[in-house]
Design a protein around this ligand. Structure first.
Ligand code: NAP
Ligand code: GDD
Length: 348
């Protein structure tokens, strides 16, 4: 009898992971926060599955976390995927204390709850680490041995979680590991992250010609598709020994390149967009009809930026036998098609 508890089940990754684990015959428990409207768009279709159970709770609530962890004694094996987080980097600058409470102390609450049960050895724990921990990169390609240099309260909080996970592994022999995942997007990506903001913004632009307002277009990210990445999380917990892994594609693209590709997919014109002006006055102009698609709004700049990220996922390739299947081009195509067709795939 195996169970999985997914914190953050209502999020992008949580929803894909729940689907993945249900297919593998886990009893899946998803932690969701109480909210006045019990609508969880990304997981609504799972609610009729008898093996899927929603558990109400919040990562800031120690007593509740303890009681949830204690409720799993009946199972032989319990995999916990700690995906719950205030996951927006820019928001972490305006809400640093809350971010630390959820993203740093939330992890500690779960680990300590597991340690205090009398069935600790039945648990395996996965922590959702992030390439944001590399921040101001110390090596051109970032692997498990690259020194960390986080650049936001979010990155610093996640670094606490990385170290406390390692500490519980080494101190108490717990099966606990961190996946250091680089950016992954999808048709279910939150609307405030730059890729989804662009694809949804383009869908809106088609109807209204309202330009999309963005911040720094020159940052570069190693972008993959979330469906590939949830498989890597599971693979980490199937190993004999708990170990940390970097997960990414090894390719990097700027926000500008994402826009160009998205615009060419949308408009059927090579390059899709041309650039005029500099810095805050720069605009992206449609090659199709000459109207403005992209404008800069300094409101979206960050107090400190992560300029570039590129994963060296050799260890995952060799030990987990994991490689991403969905290319950058396919990712952009899927997001554009989804948003243009107004066809939320999570209902299928
Ligand atoms: P997401 O879509 O923002 O989902 C975050 C989830 O956490 C949501 O279900 C959210 O619930 C939940 N949550 C927030 N605060 C909570 C709290 N106080 N108690 C319980 N749950 C809470 O994020 P994602 O993209 O799926 O990412 C999943 C995890 O991987 C996060 O930890 C993120 O930091 C990390 N990560 C993501 C990426 C990426 O590129 N996507 C890369 C590296 C690491 P609500 O629905 O109620 O808001
Ligand atoms: N969100 C956002 N909105 N970002 C913008 C915008 C905008 O209008 N304009 C430019 N950007 C730039 C940001 O400055 C950043 O350099 C880049 O686009 C990516 O921003 P996000 O999509 O918000 O993602 P992120 O890289 O900061 O963080 C995501 O990836 C991390 C892994 O590296 C999140 O999913 C984190 O939770 C995750 O850990």
């Amino acid at each position: 009898m195996k169970a999985a508890l997914i914190t953050g089940v209502t999020g992008q990754d949580g929803s894909y992971l729940a689907e993945f684990l249900l297919q593998k015959d886990y009893a899946v428990y998803g932690l969701a926060r109480y909210c006045s409207e019990r609508k969880h768009e990304r997981i609504e279709h799972l609610k009729t599955n008898p093996e899927f159970h929603l558990v109400e709770g919040d990562l800031t609530d120690t007593a509740r976390i303890n009681s949830i962890i204690n409720s799993f004694e009946q199972y032989d094996l319990i995999e916990i995927y700690n995906l719950g987080a205030q996951s927006h980097v820019k928001v972490s600058f305006s809400q640093p204390e809350y971010t630390a409470n959820v993203d740093a102390l939330g992890t500690l609450r779960i680990l300590e709850a597991i340690r205090q049960t009398n069935f600790t050895s039945k648990f395996k724990f996965y922590q959702a680490g992030t390439s944001e921990m590399f921040g101001k990169i110390q090596e051109p390609l970032q692997s498990e041995t690259t020194p960390f240099y986080p650049r936001s309260p979010y990155g610093v909080s996640k670094l606490f979680s990385y170290w406390i996970t390692k500490n519980y592994r080494e101190s108490y022999g717990m099966f606990a590991c961190t996946g250091i995942l680089f950016n992954h997007e999808s048709e279910r990506r939150g609307e405030e992250f730059v890729t989804r903001k662009i694809t949804l913004g383009l869908a809106e632009w088609l109807k209204t010609h309202k330009p999309i307002e963005l911040g720094n277009l020159d940052a570069k990210r190693d972008w993959g598709h979330a469906q590939d990445y949830v498989e890597a999380m599971w693979l980490m917990l199937q190993q004999h020994e708990p170990q940390d892994f970097v997960i990414g594609t090894g390719q990097t693209h700027s926000i500008r390149e994402f826009i160009e590709l998205a615009c060419s997919k949308l408009l059927g014109v090579d390059g899709g967009v041309s650039w005029e002006g500099n810095n805050q006055d720069e605009v992206g102009i449609s090659k199709y009809d000459g109207s403005i698609i992209i404008k800069i709004n300094p409101e979206f700049y960050r107090p400190a930026e992560v300029d570039v990220l590129i994963a060296d996922a050799t260890k995952a390739r060799e030990i987990l036998k994991w490689t991403p299947k969905i290319s950058f081009e396919e990712l952009v195509k899927r997001m554009i098609n989804n948003d243009i067709n107004e066809n939320p795939v999570y209902r299928t």
